[in-house]
Design a protein around this ligand. Structure first.
Ligand code: GLY
Ligand code: MN
Ligand code: MN
Length: 449
């Protein structure tokens, strides 16, 4: 009996093949997707293996040195090339699934050891005339597949068959990955629940005199002990003006009374990721300036979340946040001018230099086009039920902040403050669901004692 997950992988492969066949019109297609290579830490020491998300999405297979072939209409529609079982190698680097179990556990119609690829692949290529491939997963495999494509071209005069076109398969696949299934949403919820618990612990244990890495260690300990396989991205635990460095990951400063702590951290469960940010005082209370800026970021975040609904264009979510931030900065005298003009010339960008959202899923910055491919003149695509995105506005005033031309000088009391609030949001049929809503973010909840 196939597990629900296995059935879903099969459905994904079938849907993918249907879509590609439709796109290729009368052509017979064959799809080749390589696994991610092992990443080297230094010399012969490797990082823990992380499968490529496209490969994983279609197969659930979590080993390197593998290639998946989809050949709709052929005798074997799903073929896996995998590492051979090898007791000696398995003693060093862990168990391998092997050819037999690749068929039993992963539903391959046929599996071969990877060393047979060059011999066997042409059999599947010959019977098709359009090769779909995902490039840039593994450079070595790119060369190998390209050379197979050339062989097919050269063989044509004698065989009268074989591959003609080589096409990118990622567009169609990434479009599929943008619509999360209930099983995927359940995985995301698991990653988010653990990440929320870790953020709560961090908030509880934060205190002046502790180091940022102590908070990082506490959170990552919780990730692993709760069953996550990893952090989703290097944890950002940034106190004081470190919070103005968007991807600060050194996490080695002592936290000081009167500063804020910005934590952008989440874990990965079954390769599905959470991406959450909270900012709160290192001590008990916000200073008036911190509080004023926090209120703006929170209002901007709520406005952006409010804008999330099916049919809404992606860029409108960012516009909603940017407008609130501009209004707030204007009110505080940190920006000067007419609101409409400031918005038009994107005056917020000196304080809020990044976007409000990105897709979230198997990749933290998940795949999927942000533009409307059918209406290129529109600024962005429409949100649809099943899309998952982050909402993460911020305000950052570094110690050496330079106001834009024509804007006022910024007093010292505003400098060294970095604030971001980030939640993960699912687009639903009716509007949206904040998947990370259980993690508090009000001013009252952020202050302690
Ligand atoms: N943690 C990376 C990001 O928020 O995009
Ligand atoms: Mn983040
Ligand atoms: Mn993010």
């Amino acid at each position: 009996m196939k597990s629900a997950l296995q059935q879903e992988y099969q459905q994904r492969r079938q849907q993918f093949m249907r879509k590609l066949s439709k796109q290729a019109q009368s052509a017979d297609v064959v799809v080749v997707i390589p696994s991610a290579p092992m990443a080297i830490m230094h010399r012969d020491v490797e990082y823990r293996y992380r499968q490529n998300s496209d490969f994983f999405y279609l197969t659930g297979f979590d080993e390197p040195n593998a290639v998946a072939v989809l050949a709709p209409g052929q005798k074997h529609e799903f073929v896996l090339f995998v590492q051979a079982k090898d007791p000696l190698m398995e003693t060093w680097s862990g168990r391998r699934i092997g050819v037999e179990q690749a068929q039993v556990l992963y539903g391959a119609d046929r599996a071969f050891t990877i060393d047979k690829l060059d011999k066997v692949l042409p059999r599947y290529l010959q019977r098709a005339n359009q090769l779909y491939y995902i490039a840039d997963i593994d450079e070595k495999q790119d060369q190998r597949i390209f050379s197979h494509w050339k062989q097919q071209i050269h063989a044509y005069p004698k065989t009268g068959q074989g591959i003609l076109g080589l096409t990118d398969a990622s567009r169609v696949l990434h479009e599929m990955r943008m619509y999360k299934s209930p099983l995927e949403i359940a995985q995301l919820r698991k990653a988010m629940a653990i990440s929320i618990a870790a953020h709560q612990q961090a908030h509880h244990h934060c205190a002046p005199g502790k180091h940022e890495y102590e908070i990082q260690a506490l959170m990552e300990q919780l990730f692993l002990s709760a069953g996550a396989e990893s952090f989703a991205y290097p944890s950002i635990v940034a106190s004081g003006d470190n919070a103005c460095i968007l991807h600060y990951i050194n996490n080695n400063h002592k936290m000081v009374q009167g500063n804020l702590l910005l934590i952008d951290a989440g874990c990965s469960v079954g390769y599905y990721n959470a991406d959450i940010t909270r900012t709160f005082p290192v001590g008990k209370r916000f200073t008036p300036e911190q509080k004023a800026l926090y209120e703006i970021v929170l209002a901007a975040q709520l406005a952006a979340i409010d804008a999330v609904k099916p049919g809404q264009r992606f860029h409108k979510v960012h516009s909603a946040a940017a407008k609130v931030i501009t209004e707030g900065l204007l009110e505080l005298g940190l920006l000067r001018g007419k609101l409409e003009k400031l918005i038009k010339k994107q005056a917020w960008k000196s304080f809020f230099p990044h976007g409000t959202s990105h897709w979230l899923g198997l990749d933290v910055h998940d795949v999927g086009c942000y533009r409307d491919a059918k209406n290129p003149d529109k600024k962005s695509r429409k949100l649809r039920s099943g899309n998952v995105l982050t909402i993460e506005p911020g305000i950052y005033i570094a110690p050496d902040f330079i106001p834009a031309k024509g804007q006022p000088e910024v007093a010292d009391c505003w400098r060294g403050i970095g604030i971001r609030i980030e939640d993960n949001v699912l687009v639903t049929n009716k509007g949206h669901e904040v998947l990370t809503a259980l993690l508090p973010k009000s001013i009252g909840a952020m202050e302690r004692g």
